[in-house]
Write a protein that binds this ligand. Structure first.
Ligand code: F6P
Length: 743
């Protein structure tokens, strides 16, 4: 209704404004017309009157005045002598004028005609006064001619009448057209969008909003589409939850984890610390792109932080990271749907060199992985490690300011000193650290010159998590051996300086859903295999796959040698079996890594040169970073996946392979020195140092009866499904939040 009133007022005002000047023009034209008529009439009347006046013939003057007095709109004529006395005058004019009008006096004194639009006794008139001359041009009298002008007013009223009728017509037409347009192009799409939202709310399977004719609602539609998707995902997850609850099963999902953590935290704020950040901003030409590192940690931690609006503190490592934070080095993420805070900590090149490349990766990494690479401990690296842990402690303390009961989850060996630093400054914080790599036996650990400081730093935490019980036991033995502390072997905890730390296993995992193979519905596993063989330009019947960072702990060279041994002992597979190694470059600033990269390349070349024939090669080494999606294609295509780490905390490749095999096919060959080997008992467990034994496992995998393959894979999938990444995060945070209640 308001729209209609506004429209009527608007159109009326615009039409009135444009008609106003037309009407004024009409009025001016009528007045000009009257002036012209009066002037020509006055001139012809004056020339006759001058003749009769000069001869003093008043009778003729009267006749003259009478003869002309009945013209249209003429009110009267008056003739005066030179001093303004009336000589002759029509009767009606006589009743309006008392004496000579002022215009006549002015005309006589200036000897020129005078005109006026004026009023005579309330009548609107046009008055013309002019001098009358003798033949010698002397003034002998004057003439006054008066027209009534009321008809001009009447005519203008008539014009306004017509204008109003026209405006009313225009208003009607414009309002009608506008209403039709609104109905067709606004109300219609809005009604359809509303219908779509209703359908969505009531749970029918529509995800995309109706894009047809939604042009001007497009920005809204763009926002609504992700909203719709999240709603549908949430509903689907809730339905699965409900179904599982009904069947007494209990699968952990991102939603269930979020709920669980919300209730465990009970209003406390959660802070996560890791060296790697979950979102990296980089310049690409003139634009900033954002990437999510292919890390299982982001999958697990993100739903928790999203659920409780927490804070993730990590090193800013992207080329455009500094441009995307606010004055406090914070930004809201995920970028598309911000739900938690990412706080970036900036490290100098020297700090990164000493803390990350130096102490963490040339010291602690080889120390904890018994892979026969000698750890290097430099005092300068140790100082940087301390300084960077302090930097992160400062950032955390800043973020936790004013928090009632903060909960802190520290990730990995980069931050062994951080738990103590936090506890010293905020004793009421609940602190956990999860150590993602193995913990060696006390003898091995004792070569570290700063073993006491590292252990003391870790024991600042209320909870210390490892992947497997064996690593917990090694840690407790190390503490027992090195520090003054009471180790409680019954409850797997340590008391040092009146503070208890629980030391428990939390085996990390991946997400496994029925579609986590990522395979398009119209694409079979065999088709994927042929596609990959085609893309690589090789001939092969059987494929094996390995996926690793090119790290000396992963047993890549032993794996290649196992392939060589297998082909030697089972020559019928020459020309048929190809092993694809996806190897992501890593930590290449460290000389041992650069050297290892060359060793892997030359070992692949040596074995290929020995066996290759035609388009077939035994080993394909794809030496670049691959996305999760790309890697999943290889998992689906491979008959066998090889994980031959010399030592590994868990190894998620083993679990990712199992998660990708929704066809229940594929055989996993798994090193007994991985954490995963304790859970995936249906893999073919090998000692990677036993090259021939591992080669035999390849043969066994390729020749395994299909029912055995299916049975083994099903059991492994069940294990990963029930103990997935969300279960890991839920157990860790649940345990941390309950610690004080227990004591
Ligand atoms: O295995 C320990 C770990 O820190 C993982 O969490 C991570 O995926 C991997 O090492 C690689 O770490 P980065 O590339 O950050 O050195």
């Amino acid at each position: 209704m308001r729209l209609i009133i506004a429209l009527i007022l608007g159109v009326t005002l615009v039409s009135l404004a444009s008609s106003w000047s037309d009407v004024q023009d009409d009025k001016e034209a009528l007045r000009r017309d009257l002036q012209y008529k009066a002037e020509t009439f006055g001139e012809s009347l004056a020339s006759n009157a001058e003749l009769y006046l000069a001869s003093g013939d008043t009778g003729k003057l009267e006749q003259l005045v009478r003869r002309f007095s009945n013209r249209d709109h003429l009110l009267g004529i008056g003739i005066y002598d030179h001093d303004g006395s009336t000589l002759v005058m029509t009767r009606e004019l006589g009743s309006l004028l008392s004496g000579a009008p002022e215009a006549l006096s002015s005309a006589l004194s200036h000897d020129r005609p005078e005109t006026r639009f004026t009023r005579l006794r309330f009548r609107r008139v046009y008055l013309l006064a002019a001098p009358l001359h003798a033949p010698d041009k002397s003034i002998i009298g004057g003439i006054v001619i008066v027209y009534e002008t009321g008809y001009i007013r009447t005519e203008i009223f008539r014009v306004w009448g017509r204008v109003f009728i026209r405006i009313a017509g225009q208003v009607l037409v414009i309002v009608a057209i506008t209403l039709l347009i609104v109905r067709w192009s606004v109300a219609g799409p809005i009604a359809r969008a509303a219908q779509w939202m209703k359908t969505l709310r009531t749970g029918r399977q529509v995800v995309q909003p109706p894009s047809k004719d939604l042009d001007f609602l497009l920005p809204l539609a763009r926002e609504m589409a992700p909203l719709a998707e999240s709603m549908q995902r949430a509903r689907a997850a809730a339905e699965i939850e409900a179904r599982l609850r009904n069947t007494n099963e209990s699968l952990w999902t991102a939603q269930r984890l979020a709920e669980h953590v919300r209730s465990k935290l009970d209003g406390s704020s959660l802070f996560v610390v890791s060296n790697r950040e979950p979102y990296v901003h980089n310049w690409q030409g003139n634009t900033i792109t954002v990437t999510v590192p292919a890390s299982g940690l982001v999958t697990a931690i993100e739903p928790i932080l999203c659920a409780c609006n927490g804070t993730w503190v990590a090193q800013g490592s992207g080329s455009a990271d500094a441009e995307t934070v606010d004055n406090h080095d914070r930004l809201q993420v995920p970028p598309d749907d911000p739900k938690y805070t990412l706080r970036r900590v900036w490290l100098s090149a020297a700090e990164e060199e000493g803390y990350y490349y130096g102490f963490a990766n040339e010291g602690l990494w080889p120390l904890c992985h018994m892979a026969h690479t000698r750890p290097t401990f430099r005092a300068s690296d140790w100082e940087f490690y301390n300084a960077v842990n302090e930097r992160f402690a400062d950032a955390l303390v800043e973020e936790m300011a004013g928090e009632r009961d903060p909960v802190v989850l520290i990730q990995d060996y980069h931050f062994a000193l951080l738990p103590r630093m936090i506890k010293d400054r905020i004793p009421h914080a609940r602190v956990a650290i999860f150590w993602h790599i193995p913990w060696p036996n006390p003898e091995s650990f004792s070569i570290c010159p700063w073993q006491r400081e590292l252990l003391d730093g870790l024991l600042g935490a209320d909870l210390i998590g490892f992947h497997v019980q064996a690593h917990c036991n090694n840690f407790l033995s190390t503490v027992d051996r090195v520090l003054e502390a009471r180790v409680d072997w019954e409850h797997f905890s340590v008391k040092r300086n009146d503070h208890w730390s629980s030391v428990l296993p939390f085996p990390i995992s991946v997400e496994l859903t029925e579609d986590s193979s990522g395979l398009p519905l119209d694409h079979s596993f065999e088709e994927e295999r042929s596609a990959i063989i085609g893309e690589l330009g090789i001939d092969a019947t059987f494929l094996g796959v390995g996926v690793d960072r090119v790290d000396y702990t992963k047993g890549i060279i032993e794996r290649f040698q196992a392939v060589e041994s297998f082909l030697e002992r089972h020559p019928r597979y020459q020309g048929k079996f190809t092993f694809i190694q996806i190897g992501a470059p890593t930590r290449s600033n460290i000389p041992r890594y650069a050297e290892f990269q060359r060793e892997v390349e030359s070992e692949a070349t040596r074995i290929n040169d020995r066996f290759k024939r035609g388009k077939w090669r035994p080993i394909v080494f794809l030496n670049r970073q691959h996305s999760h999606k790309e890697v999943r294609r290889y998992y689906r295509a491979a008959h066998v996946c090889m994980v031959t780490s010399l030592h590994d905390g868990m190894n998620l490749v083993a679990k990712e392979y199992v998660a990708a095999r929704s066809d229940d096919r594929g055989v996993l060959i798994l090193s007994r020195f991985t954490g995963a080997a304790r859970e995936l008992r249906d893999a073919l467990i090998v000692n990677p140092y036993d090259i021939q034994g591992t080669g035999q496992a390849i043969a066994r995998a390729l020749e395994m009866d299909v029912t055995e393959i299916v049975d083994r894979m099903r059991r492994m999938r069940k294990m990963v499904k029930e103990h997935n990444i969300y279960w890991w995060a839920a157990s860790l945070i649940g345990e941390l939040c309950e610690l004080r209640l227990k004591r």
